[in-house]
Design a protein around this ligand. Structure first.
Ligand SMILES: Nc1ncnc2c1ncn2[C@@H]1O[C@H](COP(=O)(O)OP(=O)(O)O)[C@@H](O)[C@H]1O
Ligand SMILES: N[C@@H](CCOP(=O)(O)O)C(=O)O
Length: 316
């Protein structure tokens, strides 16, 4: 029996909710933007991990340093803790997501691996157990615990991290008519380094702005008021300190907002930019602009996306 799980790209923070808001995205059409993990019974009596896909060559040379391998180790430990027996498995990671891209690349691998393992063992763990494990793995990679990529990648849609540690995340209504452009310029930005660039403390004014814009955004989501929601996609926590690390970001954002974008910002820790568009025509125009002006290497790409409402899923 072979099981294959796909886990989608996501926008960490969505600008207005640093570390507490994230949204999964999927390109319009039938392309899959995310990672795939395949699992089957091991051919020998030891587990293995092999890699394929466009960005496999960007991952650590030793598969045991891969986050997917760490997921296997954690999952096995949890199985043993719940007195279940562990079997050797062969894992294959199809690394379709660029690393250090701001598209939740490590989250895609973590989520696909843990969901595939859970399916293989016929669901010994529930969604909360899995989410805890996903958070642990993401923290190991980025240096601190944040669920804003793993939660939407796993569950789909827009997710708000809540203070109840048993619940962790709640789904928010998304604006289904809107398009989200994802423009990855083809350069790397380490999440850990981008987190280190942030101040340790913020002013009272920033604190008030953060609370007010996030609260207004959530209120607008529930009232289905896209104009108010997207007017509040403002980042006082990360963007002011990260934008200078991202070549062409400042002038690109200015152009996008002056030419029809409802909102734009850094996806996760960058360098990917996300752009919210109220219709397909604007999305196509701005996506052409980004292709011509924001891409900086041949591995860059631009996708017109919608919110991915499914999250991690079995694929054939
Ligand atoms: N399967 C994997 N997917 C992505 N990164 C991985 C994986 N396994 C190990 N890594 C390492 O984890 C780090 C991920 O970097 P990070 O900046 O957090 O990426 P991203 O923001 O795209 O998730 C890199 O050093 C990368 O080599
Ligand atoms: N909230 C995190 C999100 C990081 O997302 P990634 O896609 O860059 O890993 C942050 O902004 O540091």
């Amino acid at each position: 029996m072979t099981i294959k799980v796909f886990a989608p790209a996501s926008i960490g923070n969505v600008s207005v909710g640093f570390d507490v808001l994230g949204m999964a995205v999927t390109p319009v059409g039938d392309q899959l933007l995310g990672d795939i993990v395949e699992i089957s019974a091991a051919v020998t009596d030891v587990s293995t991990l092999s890699l394929s896909g466009e960005f496999a060559n960007k991952l650590p040379g030793d598969p045991k340093d891969n986050i997917v391998w760490h997921c296997l180790e954690l999952f096995n430990k949890e199985l043993i803790n719940s007195t279940k027996s562990v079997q050797p498995v062969d894992l294959v990671l199809e690394k379709k997501m660029p690393v250090g891209s701001g598209l939740g690349s490590s989250a895609c691998s973590v989520v696909a691996a843990l969901v595939a393992l859970n399916e293989y063992y016929q669901k010994p763990f529930n969604d909360s157990d899995l989410l805890f494990m996903m958070g642990k793995m993401e923290a190991q990679i980025s240096g601190s615990l944040h669920y804003d990529n793993v939660a939407p990648c796993f569950l789909g849609g827009m997710q708000l991290m809540v203070t109840d540690t048993q619940v962790i995340t709640r789904s928010l209504p998304t604006f289904d008519d809107y398009y989200w452009i994802m423009a990855y310029p083809g350069i790397e930005m380490s999440t850990k380094e981008a987190r280190d660039a942030l101040p340790k403390q913020y002013s009272r004014q920033d604190l008030i702005s953060y609370g007010q814009t996030l609260a207004t955004f959530i209120d607008a989501c529930y009232r289905n008021d896209p104009k108010q929601a997207f007017a509040n996609v403002v980042d006082v926590v990360a963007e002011p300190y990260r934008q200078s690390l991202l070549p062409k970001f400042i002038e690109t954002k200015q152009y996008l907002l002056a030419n029809g974008a409802s909102a734009a910002g850094i996806s996760g820790s960058g360098p990917t930019v996300f752009v919210v568009c109220e219709n397909k025509e604007i999305a196509e125009q701005l996506s052409n602009y980004l292709t011509e002006n924001y891409l900086q290497s041949p591995t860059g790409f631009v996708h017109i996306c919608k919110a991915d409402t499914q999250g991690a899923r079995l694929v054939s």
